[in-house]
Design a protein around this ligand. Structure first.
Ligand code: ATP
Ligand code: MG
Ligand code: MG
Ligand code: MG
Length: 485
């Protein structure tokens, strides 16, 4: 029998409970620390513990150096990948097990293998599992080959740009806990791609080999670089474990469907979109069905977590995601708000695991409906205007920045949306020109106000900025709103 996504989540958490881990609830999608707007990984709420704080958690007695969670995670950088790559969602659940100075690589690696392959757990075919390690991590290499018995040819060694987390390279990532990592991939087979595992060393991109689980070994604290630019990786007080497995990715494998959208999480939403629009879902080419189902999930979750739609910060990110979904609904022929009517399906899929969705269902629906109505007021004329401008350009040409800015200013089309539509014409957008037009408008607004930034106002502004950092931004009615509303 095919396990449901809920069952897979539960099995993961139970497995680590059986290994002495405390199960903690997910943190909100609003990031617990200032390095990102949204929570991007399961480890984020535990940075203090990695940095040496006592492993005590409100509401739980005693110390817990082993913790397991399913963390709802949102990656702004992956939003535009939705509908384009097979493996990216904007909101996903990261299943994780954490050790705060307790067990280290040996247990992390052998337990991961046990969970993935044991018949009573995920029962994956061992021959389909492949791993990458950080190039110098001989310890991980030996554990994979000697303890687990993985053949050497299924292990690739990568630089810090791939196998050091969180970072593009140890020199660049955000300050804080970090370390080398080892990633586990599942070979979905030749139907998905004709490339080989050796090819992956060069391509770093594969439809066939799907990254499912990242085992991170945080043992460093990345600090401010020295004045001459030399990076500073200080030892943490102890060695830690931080892992992250994509629930929706493992679900697509265990449910034996080609991608996320075939899993029990997304299918009911997609089917409803097909039914309401009268347009059958045809898999990978039905980008609009997919974007709607996916974006609705992240928008609903963020709104349930207390984000308010606005023109700055988190509220703006969520607004962009919702407007992108809105445009895809328009492409399917909807001319009235419809996304709000799908919220119940999101709640049905995720409300059990995330009760905040159930509790805030009415508000979430209301906020989505109001935003849909607001955007629909300019979507049609905006689309016509943009189509006309793009229609005049040849493939490979550039839409000028002032026009892209006008789309945002007059029609409420976020730059990302204009860029996406332009790409459909093979046209790029002059983003420097957009920024310039935006700056000029802000300059005009400043000149129009009687007072410049006086010294006193500067201080007040600093205080306000601190408040915003700590408590999140409040609604800022900016340039876009003045014109569109
Ligand atoms: P990718 O290389 O595919 O973008 P990643 O290396 O950025 O993934 P990690 O930061 O290592 O991902 O996160 C741990 C796990 O979370 C991944 O192995 C994957 O299973 C899952 N994951 C990461 N990003 C996404 C996403 N956008 N959608 C769904 N699952 C994701
Ligand atoms: Mg990524
Ligand atoms: Mg990766
Ligand atoms: Mg990874």
């Amino acid at each position: 029998p095919t396990p449901s996504t809920a069952e897979i989540r539960e099995k993961f958490l139970q497995f680590f409970e059986s290994k002495g881990h405390l199960r903690l609830p997910s943190h909100s999608t609003l990031s617990p620390d200032p390095s990102t707007l949204f929570t991007v990984a399961g480890m984020q709420p535990f940075k203090p513990q990695f940095l040496g704080a006592a492993a005590r958690f409100p509401g739980y007695e005693g110390e817990h150096k082993r913790v397991t969670t399913a963390q709802k995670s949102l990656r702004v950088t992956d939003i535009e990948n939705v509908g384009r790559t097979r493996r990216h969602l904007s909101l996903f659940e990261m299943l994780g097990n954490f050790s705060f100075g307790d067990y280290f690589k040996r247990e992390a690696i052998t337990w991961a293998w046990e969970l993935l392959t044991a018949p009573q757990y995920f029962a994956l075919d061992k021959t389909k599992l492949h791993v990458t390690i950080y190039k110098d991590d001989q310890e991980a290499f030996e554990l994979w080959t000697q303890e687990v018995g993985l053949p050497e040819e299924r292990i690739l060694r990568f630089d810090a740009d791939e196998n050091f987390w969180p970072a593009d390279a140890p020199l660049k990532g955000p300050n804080g806990p970090c370390g080398p990592c080892s990633e586990i991939y599942y070979d979905r087979g030749p139907d998905f791609g004709s490339d080989s595992w050796e090819d992956y060393a060069q391509t770093r991109e594969s439809a066939r080999f799907l990254e499912i689980w990242n085992l991170v070994f945080p043992q460093y604290d990345r600090q401010e670089p020295r004045p001459d630019g030399t990076p500073v990786l200080a030892d943490l007080p102890f060695k830690n474990i931080d892992t992250g497995m994509g629930l929706e990715r493992i679900a697509s494998i265990l449910q034996d469907v080609p991608d996320f959208y075939g899993t029990d999480t997304f299918r009911p939403i997609i089917e409803r979109v097909a039914e309401l629009s009268g347009q059958a879902y045809q898999g990978e080419t039905s980008v609009s069905h997919r974007v709607i189902a996916e974006h609705l999930r992240s928008v609903s979750m963020c709104l349930a977590d207390g984000v308010t739609l606005s023109n700055t910060g988190r509220g703006y990110v969520v607004r962009k995601v919702l407007r992108r979904a809105s445009r895809h609904a328009y492409l399917l022929g909807f001319r009235e708000p419809v996304l709000h009517s799908l919220v119940a399906l999101v709640v049905a899929a995720m409300g059990e695991a995330y009760p905040e969705l159930k509790q805030n269902e009415a508000q979430v629906q209301g906020a989505i409906k109001a935003e849909e109505a607001r955007f629909l007021a300019t979507l049609e004329s905006g689309t016509q205007r943009l189509d006309a401008m793009l229609g005049k350009l040849e493939k490979g040409q550039t839409l000028n920045g002032a026009e892209a800015f006008m789309m945002s200013d007059t029609y409420g089309f976020p730059l990302d949306l204009t860029r996406e539509i332009a790409e459909e014409y093979g046209v790029s957008v002059d983003e420097a020109g957009f920024d310039k037009a935006l700056e000029e408008q802000q300059e005009r607004a400043r000149a129009a106000s009687r007072y410049g930034k006086s010294e006193l106002f500067g201080e007040v502004q600093d205080v306000l900025e601190n408040v915003v950092r700590e408590h999140g931004a409040t609604e800022f009615v900016g340039y876009e709103e003045l014109v569109t509303e």
